[in-house]
Design a protein around this ligand. Structure first.
Ligand code: ADP
Length: 267
């Protein structure tokens, strides 16, 4: 589904991605975990051509993501969800979701925003998936932050993508709402077979929702494994030299050595 080899990206003199090798299978829910500035967002943006990598190979859903001529077709198959949801606040919820169809429509139909009945039915179905169909005709600025992010997910689903890239989708949400948003993304993966690649900096969400977790640190992949394999030694590698991002609630079930790690890394 996605094949990345020796991928490099520079911003000026800053070497951001330093030789990334990564394969992602169809239907996988992959979490990219790493501290702020590790290059997670840059990597996601390279996958759908929002940012062009400087060297290496990057194939996604049958397209060459290093070739700008393939970006339009690539982006039809690869939807993106952003931290700040990027929904249009003055539009209705339904209109926002329908914008997910624009890439599949003719230029003329998209300029006139002539959505077919089938498009409207699809948009309503996507809203049902995130349990917001009852808000279809509400203005989006009347929704909470979590609800706006759910609109962002419904819009991504309306695109009928093969892959959803989610860039820190819960960074500004409270824990309960964050879990709800991640649950809908997980359901898109499980029920629709959509490959999800989700950037997170919260270790406990990565463990809870990811089939597989890769750790990015200083532009390099330093961990690749399951949530069970994401032990303290791996977290030390991913977050070495940084303040640990989120302290797991320590219960009888959770490993108290995480506390030691937090103290050790942050001090
Ligand atoms: P993360 O998502 O892990 O927080 P980013 O990919 O956003 O990391 O950023 C990695 C590094 O690249 C950071 O040092 C950031 O300042 C830098 N960076 C990101 N976008 C740009 C840009 N458009 N121009 C210059 N530097 C950038």
């Amino acid at each position: 589904m996605i094949r990345i080899r020796a991928l490099h990206k520079y911003y000026g003199d800053n070497h951001i991605l330093r030789g990334i090798d990564l394969d992602v299978k169809q239907g996988e829910f992959l979490v990219i975990l790493g501290p702020s500035g590790a290059g997670k967002s840059t990597l996601l943006r390279c996958i759908n051509g929002l940012v062009q990598a400087d060297a290496g190979e990057l194939q996604a859903v049958g397209f060459d993501a290093m070739d700008t001529r393939q970006y339009r077709n690539l982006r039809q198959q690869v939807a993106m969800i952003f931290q700040h949801h990027n929904v249009m606040l003055r539009l209705s919820v339904l209109k926002n979701v329908l914008t997910g169809r624009l890439g599949q429509m003719s230029v003329f139909a998209s300029i006139c925003q002539w959505f077919s009945t089938a498009d409207v039915e699809l948009a309503m179905d996507c809203l049902r998936r995130v349990e917001l169909d009852h808000k279809a005709h509400a203005r989006t600025d009347a929704l909470s932050g979590g609800q706006r992010q759910r609109v962002g997910i419904a819009r991504a689903l309306a695109q009928k993508p093969k892959v959803i890239l989610a860039d820190e989708p819960v960074a500004s949400l409270d824990p309960k709402t964050s879990r709800m948003v991640l649950h809908y993304l997980r359901a898109a993966c499980d029920e629709l077979g959509i490959t999800v690649i989700c950037n997170l900096h919260q270790v406990d969400y990565a463990r809870e929702f990811g089939d597989r977790i890769v750790g990015l640190s200083g532009g390099k992949l330093v961990f690749d494994g399951t949530s069970d394999e994401l032990r303290d030694s791996a977290l030390n590698l991913i977050y070495s030299g940084t303040t640990f991002p989120q302290i797991l609630p320590v219960t009888a079930e959770t490993n108290t050595s995480t506390e030691l790690l937090v103290q050790g890394v942050a001090s």
